[in-house]
Design a protein around this ligand. Sequence first.
Ligand code: RP5
Length: 162
Amino acid sequence: MKKVGIIMGSDSDLPVVKKAVDVLKALDIPFEVHVYSAHRTPEQASAFASSAREKGFGVLIAAAGMAAHLAGALAANTTLPVIGIPCAGPLLDGLDALLSTVQMPSGIPVATVAVGGGANAALLAAQMLAIGDADLTARLDARRKADAAAVLEKDAGILARL
Ligand code: RP5
């Protein structure tokens, strides 16, 4: 199976990345995590993206905050799909990173999830990989069913309590 590459701009983004890692582990999807910054280590970030396809990656996830250019910088160097996770910084609750990540110019797309949306980034990556993988599709279907059952259990609990 193709791997998911997760890049974070700083190790301070780890709490958000951990949410993605947990989902990938639960779905038994291979992944690698790195800290490369679009601004502090631009050469390493672009080299990772340029070589990602030949190294067996199928999707990249980029988590970054503030002037969050990491997802776009990776996307500029690969035609693999890139998913951006805006991370909340000290100001603006992540609105700065959300706009930096989502407002890509035409020609270099980045699929952007919600601020702090590590779980959805991993699920979206899994759904991309599942296009050609029936076993992974079955695992995703099972997860959806389990999630729905958990909501219905909460519904029953609320009815019982009120
Ligand atoms: C971004 O700047 C990182 O992705 C992080 O979200 C933010 C702050 O980085 P640190 O100062 O915590 O290293 O590049």
